[in-house]
Structure formats: structure tokens, C-alpha cells
Design a protein. Structure first.
Length: 558
């Protein structure tokens, strides 16, 4: 198969700077007008182990990284032994034998970690990129320490330019490496940062989190923006405190969100149920990693669809959104906060490590975001917090409003919030809360809650969700038969009618997921009655690779 993308892999041990180098190279390529995807693979260690960044880029839109490598930048021999087999036939290796990175850094008494700058300078020459753009990126990334990195980058560039290697570097032509006017607005960003920006755009006031990979970077990103944007960012002592503090803040009228991963979300279950009973607007970002228990902290999985759908005991409305790339994370992050306030219910945004920490050139269309404040009680008399309404949504009031007592309770209650054990009132309140889901399903008809790609008339259908979307879209470039790819964005409530309409006349349906049990396929069967027999499931903690995935799809379609 002919690759539509070029790929650079930068490898070393933890502490060598391979991650930062990969991000900076991605920014450089994006500045040059390329579509870029950067993934980072690292073990759960502070020093040692093997870490690498994989940077795939193309003139066309790219949604995933590729395994086959055009250029391998190796900061140790282990990186070569691990990845040499992934080199393309004309692939090139930059290591100490052909690019003396360590020697060049020692010549100016620079720290060993600055070897990455030598390598990036040489990469500029190899791909015919403007080193001046790398200088700007270094100044932004390193501040006062940028000058030494710029100096080393220039040395790496000149070394490659003037020396003859056993492997003659293949330079890409300069054509296509200039940004078009429409591409200048794109940024290279990961899913966690995109989600955070979406929440901010929708009016986020307070973010609560306890660090847990791979959701931690949301906390770090928002903490840096706290003063600039007038946010409050709070790190309590554990996840139980996180969600209970968030519920308290939302009760007072603050727009709040929390972030965690599977194990942390387990600790939030009782409070999830409290938010459901008290009808508290709350956003929870859950970034998946392999479980059960501690699992594999720094790798990826799609195994928490079921646990998030049914989180918290009892029956109450939960809304579950699943973005597949940073652009969707931005929009769905904003939608999540709006939905929480419109429907006064907990809303979960389900990500995973691959989406959370991989970077992709993205364009954010803020015109699609409108802040929704929900149904607010103005100058209420005889206020009833849980007033029965035709749509199940009661007007909200907050502590501090004149002549209003705002009650919140974990007990079943009447319209005023007074605890009750009356069977008729219990029945009415259960039905009141679920009216909100009926309204949401009705309003979903006019929203893009399910995306469709490829040949919309094809009878060969692929269905997938979350970050696996990227590998599917790339794999579609190598398929022998046309397919229609369906990606649900709203998983709870799932619009069963939309799914059934897209499945009409299907000859073959293939479910593709990053889990062992086909959780999306089970959800579709539950809601539509349609059994999906053909599945491609991956549960080794690594994301799908487009070429490998294309081969499996072609086998099922043959």
C-alpha cells in the first residue's frame, strides 16, 4: 500500500526530551502548512524506560499516526532496536554515528537534553523546512533558554548540510510546505486542551480535579490559564472531594467541571447519583486508560463506555458524549456544559489517552458555540426547586437570591425539596426527571449527534466511536471497496432511529472498538435490536494503526 503520509519517530529514554521534541517538530510542520498528527508513547516512570513521539504529516487532512517511518531520530540504541523494523525501504536513521548530537552539545557545554535541538535542526534540513520557524517555536517553548537551543539547531542543520553520510538523506520538495491562507488559523493541540478550551468558551467558572493520568493535563492547562481567564482551579485531596465540591459550587450557580480517569471516576459514583437526584448541572471529563484497577496508567483503552453509561446507583438521566478528535472535543466540551445547564443533569465527556494526549492540527469554529444558561427563576414567589413542568425542567434559583430558599437533597423529595416516602410523589418525581431525556432525544433530531463519512450509499458499513475514528478515517484511504462510516457522538441517550436509518439496506456492518467486548455494538443492539456480528476489537492498550486496520477491514469485506 502506498502511504499518503510521512512519519518521523523520535525515541529515547524518559528524560531525553523525546516528547517535547516531537511536539516542537509537529508545530514546525504545522507552521509549514502540513496537516500533522503527533502521538506520544511512554511508560509510567520518571527516568529510564523507552519513550517515543510519532509525528505523521501530509498535505491532506490526517487523523492518525502511521507505524512505518521515514525518519528515525534515536537518542539511544534501544530506540533503533525497537523501531528499525518499522523503517520504510528508503527510511533514514539519525543517531550518534551519523549525527553526533552529544558531541555538538558538549562543544558549547550545553546540557545533554539539548541534543533534541541538534536533531530538530538537522530535521529542518532533511525536510527542507525553514529553520527560522523553529527559532520562533523555541522562543515560545523555552523563553530565556531558547538561545542555546537555537544555536544547537543551527549546528545540526549545518552539519547535515555539509557532511556526507552512509545513508544519503532524502529531502522532501519545498512545494506544498507553505501554508495556505485558510490553514493559518489552525493550531496543533491535543484533546485535553481542546476540551478545556471548549469548556471555557461555554462559560466555565470552576474546575475541580485530582491528578490522574490521562486526564491530568486538563488540570495543568487550566491552572496555567487561571488568572488570565478569571477561572478558579481547585485540586482537593481526592476524587470524592472533587465531585462533592463541584456539586456544592454548582448548587450556588457556578458553572463547574471535573476531570478524572476510570479509577477516580469509580470513587465518584455515590456523588454522581446525588447530582442526579438533586438535579445539579455538572460536567465530568473521563479519560479512559486500560483497567481493571490501576491497569496501565499511561496507555489507552475504550473500555469504560458501559461503566460511564450506568454510573451512579438508581435510575436518573445521564448524558454521555464521545468526541473523536480535538475539534470535536472543543465543540462537545462546550455542548456538555450547555447541556448540563439546560437539562440540570450530569454530563460525561468520554475521552481516552490517545485522544487526550495526541496532538492534531485543528480549526476551532467558535461560531458554533452559544452559551446556554438554562431555565433560571427570576423574582420567584413561593419557589419550588423541583417544580413539575411539562418538560421536566424546573427553574433554577441559587443561594443569595432575595426571598428564596433553595433546597438540595439526596433523598427523594416533593416539588419544594422536602423529603418524602409517598409512593405517588416518588413515581411523579422519577417520571419528571426522565422527561428531560425525552426532550433531549427530540432536540437531537436537528443536531449532529451522529456523523457519517465515506460513501453514504454504500451497503458496507463501519461503526466506531471516540479516538478510533481517526484510524478508521485513515484506513478508509486504503480500502478496496467503498464503505459508509458511522460515528455516534451522543452515546447516552443514543438516537436509535438515526442509527437504524443509517443501517437500512446494509450488506455488512463492522464494529471497530478499542475494547474486548464490543461495548458500542452492545449498546446498539440494546437500543435498536440490531446484532453486529463482524467486529474488529483491539485491547492491548495501543491504538489502531491505519494500515493494519485497513487489512483487517479488507479481509472482512472480501
Amino acid at each position: 500500500m502506498t502511504h499518503v503520509a510521512s512519519t518521523v519517530l523520535i525515541g529515547g529514554q524518559a528524560g531525553d526530551g523525546a516528547k517535547e521534541a516531537g511536539i516542537n517538530l509537529g508545530k514546525l510542520l504545522a507552521t509549514a502548512g502540513q496537516e500533522v498528527f503527533v502521538s506520544v508513547d511512554y511508560p509510567s516512570v520518571i527516568k529510564g524506560g523507552h519513550i517515543f513521539s510519532r509525528i505523521s504529516f501530509s498535505k491532506e487532512k490526517i487523523f492518525s499516526d502511521y507505524k512505518k517511518i521515514d525518519l528515525l531520530i534515536a537518542f539511544n540504541n534501544e530506540s533503533i532496536s525497537f523501531h528499525q523494523k518499522e523503517l520504510k525501504k528508503d527510511g533514514v536513521i539519525f543517531d550518534e554515528s551519523c549525527l553526533p548530537m552529544t558531541q555538538i552539545t558538549k562543544e558549547i557545554n550545553a546540557p545533554a537534553i539539548t541534543r533534541t535541538s541538534v536533531a530538530l535542526g538537522a530535521t529542518c534540513y532533511y525536510f527542507n523546512l525553514e529553520i527560522e520557524n523553529l527559532e520562533k517555536i523555541f522562543k515560545e517553548a523555552f523563553g530565556e533558554k531558547a538561545e542555546i537551543n537555537i544555536k544547537l539547531a543551527k549546528k545540526g542543520y549545518q552539519y547535515l548540510k555539509t557532511k556526507n553520510f552512509k545513508q544519503k538523506p532524502r529531502r522532501l520538495k519545498g512545494s506544498g510546505l507553505r501554508p495556505k491562507a485558510s490553514e493559518k488559523k489552525k493550531i496543533l493541540i491535543d484533546g485535553n486542551q481542546a476540551l478545556a478550551l471548549g469548556l471555557i468558551k461555554a462559560g466555565l467558572n470552576v474546575y475541580f480535579a485530582y491528578p490522574m493520568t490521562p486526564a491530568t493535563s486538563i488540570l495543568h492547562f487550566l491552572a496555567k490559564k487561571e488568572k488570565e481567564l478569571g477561572l478558579k482551579v481547585v485540586q482537593p485531596e481526592n476524587e470524592i472531594a472533587v465531585i462533592n465540591m463541584a456539586i456544592g459550587a454548582a448548587y450556588t450557580g457556578q458553572k463547574v467541571a471535573v476531570g478524572t480517569s476510570g479509577g477516580g471516576f469509580d470513587l465518584m459514583q455515590e456523588a454522581m447519583s446525588l447530582a442526579g437526584m438533586a438535579e445539579i448541572p455538572l460536567v465530568i471529563a473521563v479519560s479512559q486508560r486500560p483497567g481493571p484497577s490501576t491497569g496501565v496508567p499511561t496507555y489507552t483503552s475504550q473500555s469504560d463506555l458501559r461503566s460511564t453509561r450506568f454510573s451512579g446507583h438508581g435510575e436518573f438521566p445521564r448524558i454521555l458524549l464521545a468526541p473523536g478528535d480535538p475539534e470535536e472535543a472543543y465543540l462537545l466540551g462546550a455542548q456538555a456544559l450547555n447541556l448540563a445547564w439546560e437539562y440540570q443533569a450530569p454530563v460525561i465527556v468520554l475521552l481516552d489517552k490517545h485522544l487526550s494526549e495526541s496532538l492534531m492540527t485543528s480549526f476551532f469554529d467558535s461560531s458554533k458555540i452559544k452559551i446556554e444558561n438554562g431555565k433560571i427563576a427570576h423574582n420567584p414567589k413561593d419557589y419550588k426547586r423541583f417544580e413539575t413542568t411539562s418538560d421536566g425542567i424546573s427553574p433554577m434559583a441559587f443561594p443569595g437570591m432575595k426571598n428564596v430558599v433553595v433546597k438540595a437533597t439526596s433523598y427523594e423529595h416533593d416539588e419544594q425539596g422536602i423529603t418524602t416516602e409517598d409512593s405517588q410523589i416518588i413515581k411523579e418525581m422519577q417520571e419528571k426527571r426522565f422527561k428531560k431525556l425525552q426532550l433531549l432525544l427530540k432536540e437531537q433530531k436537528s443536531k449532529e449527534t451522529v456523523k457519517v463519512y465515506g460513501d453514504k450509499k454504500s451497503k458496507n458499513i463501519i461503526v466506531s466511536w471516540g479516538s478510533t475514528k481517526g484510524a478508521v478515517l485513515e484506513a478508509m484511504k486504503y480500502l478496496k471497496k467503498s464503505v459508509k462510516f458511522i460515528q455516534p457522538l451522543y452515546l447516552e441517550p443514543l438516537d436509535a432511529e438515526k442509527i437504524k436509518n443509517h443501517f437500512k439496506g446494509a450488506k455488512k456492518i463492522i464494529d471497530i472498538e478499542g475494547n474486548l467486548t464490543g461495548q458500542l455494538a452492545s449498546l446498539i443492539r440494546e437500543k435498536t435490536g440490531i446484532e453486529i456480528e463482524n467486529k474488529i476489537l483491539k485491547y492491548d492498550s495501543r491504538p489502531f494503526e491505519p494500515i493494519e486496520l485497513a487489512k483487517k477491514i479488507n479481509e472482512l469485506l472480501s
